[in-house]
Design a protein around this ligand. Structure first.
Ligand SMILES: Cc1cc2nc3c(=O)[nH]c(=O)nc-3n(C[C@H](O)[C@H](O)[C@H](O)COP(=O)(O)OP(=O)(O)OC[C@H]3O[C@@H](n4cnc5c(N)ncnc54)[C@H](O)[C@@H]3O)c2cc1C
Length: 472
């Protein structure tokens, strides 16, 4: 404990390795507590898996993101790094709204959750829903009440398909299966029932607005990482972009890093890299000499990954969406999002024909679409939208962004590090570290805050050194 106190009092900066949402959340938390922070980011820009990608003068994102009202830690942090007026402008929020792009598409379900507390809001929404028989609506409601009665606790190893088994197939397929795929990026046959139950508890068992759909109306880099970097810089922090860093040694007082700038000593390091990048963030001598690293590295190496593809399409004549985000018929697009804000912030570019409407079509998890050339996938998505919307003209511009390792596959029996503290001076953050949520912005932010708080509070690391990992 004496060692930990010495570290807490150290005037050396804290290093945050990785400038994704987890690393930025950790850096903001430390800067807010008065600690000097240096963020090392290997890429030329911050944001990691949630960042702006400019194409033909359009400030797109690497993937269309959706937040839920239950993502309270992420929303709180956005409110810290932006002034109130800016924060209000950057997001749109509306009650959970599942509306099909076409009322005649085969999986059409129309459901709007009401702003009533707890399960009541869901119950009213379900009873009003269209696209389900009365029997299916009641079955869904009773299933949810039973899940709530069991306090959202599921047996170890259960999949979402097993959790949904008591429901009529159509009731499960129209409501819960697409929500599971969107939230866990893992098909129901493989997805962890416990993590899905955690999401349902957060969204439907608490405040009436916890299931709200929140869409960014700016690019993801502006939304958080760039504002976080400004916040940290204004508090004596530093940013090292294009700077791959590695932990070389760590003892109870400090850690040594090797980066493109050379070797440096820091008071502590938060390693906030993607799960597949964890072993590469430690030099071989660190891996050999820090016993608690082995379990954390083993946990990340056991993970498998799921892709997410976003197909951006530009139309020369607009179509009407029933809501800013609407359901598609999964052939191949799953959700479609209207992004007028991207067009509003575009700059002239000769390579881009005139576009009056920009839409983001999301395809979560793997499937045959991953084998298609991007041109062909864009063509199929274009044909899908025109099939569902009578009179829709062909798209005049498209861009496919495929993130092959978008998230870890959120399966049962997944191991995660038991604690963010590896040693008194080394801490882990990243979406894969969080115990509650699947790989989301909220999980990343929660893990970053938890790592920073563990560092600030001198969290004991011995439990982690002893234990291996925690399993879901
Ligand atoms: C296409 C797509 C769509 C998604 N949709 C949603 C959604 O709708 N809602 C939602 O909540 N979540 C969504 N997610 C998930 C969400 O984006 C991630 O969970 C989150 O961004 C992970 O953040 P992170 O900081 O944990 O990791 P990362 O974003 O992977 O950040 C790690 C950073 O560390 C850097 N790095 C790695 N090694 C080093 C090193 N040695 N030195 C320095 N830097 C290093 C990397 O370059 C990277 O910037 C989506 C993800 C993708 C890809």
């Amino acid at each position: 404990m004496e060692d930990v106190k010495r570290v807490a009092g150290s005037r050396l900066p804290v290093a945050v390795i990785g400038g994704g949402w987890a690393g930025c959340a950790a850096a903001v938390t430390l800067a807010r507590a008065g600690r000097a922070v240096t963020i090392f980011e290997a890429a030329p820009t911050l944001g990691g898996r949630a960042r702006r990608v400019a194409r033909d003068g359009l400030p797109l994102d690497n993937g269309q993101h959706l937040l839920l009202g239950a993502y309270t830690r992420a929303l709180e942090l956005l409110a810290i790094v932006h002034d109130h007026a800016t924060f209000e402008r950057l997001l749109t929020r509306r009650p959970l709204t599942l509306l099909p792009l076409s009322p005649t598409q085969p999986n059409a379900l129309a459901l709007v959750r009401r702003h009533a507390p707890g399960a009541l809001g869901l119950a009213i929404g379900l009873l009003d829903a269209q696209g389900l028989t009365w029997r299916e609506r009641f079955a869904n409601l009773l299933w949810f009440v039973a899940l709530k009665r069991e306090r959202f606790t599921r047996p170890l190893g259960e999949t979402v398909a097993q959790l949904l088994a008591p429901l009529p197939t159509r009731a499960a397929q129209r409501l819960w299966a697409p929500l599971c795929l969107a939230a866990l990026n893992t098909p129901i046959a493989e997805a962890s029932a416990q993590i899905f139950a955690n999401v349902l508890r957060a969204a439907f068992a608490g405040r009436g607005d916890a299931s709200d759909f929140i869409l960014p109306v700016t690019d993801l880099s502006t939304l958080f990482p760039e504002a976080a970097a400004r916040y940290v810089s204004e508090r004596a922090g530093q940013l090292r972009l294009g700077n791959h860093a590695r932990v070389v040694t760590a003892d109870a007082q400090c850690a040594t890093l090797a980066s493109e700038d050379g070797q440096r000593t820091v008071s502590a390091a938060i390693i906030a890299v993607g799960p597949h990048q964890v072993s590469d963030a430690f030099a071989p001598e660190a891996l050999a000499s820090i016993p608690s690293l082995a379990a954390a590295v083993a946990a990340t190496q056991a993970l498998t990954y799921e892709p997410i593809v976003t197909v951006w399409i530009g139309l020369a004549s607009p179509i009407a969406l029933p809501a800013p985000i609407a359901r598609l018929d999964d052939a191949p697009g799953q959700w479609i999002v209207d992004r007028p804000d991207v067009l509003a912030r575009s700059t002239p570019d000769a390579a881009r024909p005139p576009i009056v409407q920009l839409l983001a079509v999301i395809i979560s998890a793997g499937g045959p679409h991953m084998k298609l050339p991007h041109d062909e996938l864009a063509r199929r998505v274009d044909a899908q939208v025109r099939r569902l919307v009578a009179g829709c003209g062909p798209c005049v511009w498209s861009q496919v962004i495929a993130e092959k390792r978008a998230t870890y596959a959120c399966t049962p029996h997944r191991a995660r590090p038991a604690s963010p503290a590896l040693t008194p001076t080394l801490f882990l953050a990243g979406d894969y570290v969080d115990a509650e949520y699947p790989a989301t912005l909220e999980a990343a932010v929660r893990s970053g805050i938890a790592a920073a708080e563990a560092l600030l509070n001198g969290s004991p690391h011995s439990a982690c050194a002893r234990s291996r990992n925690t399993y879901f």
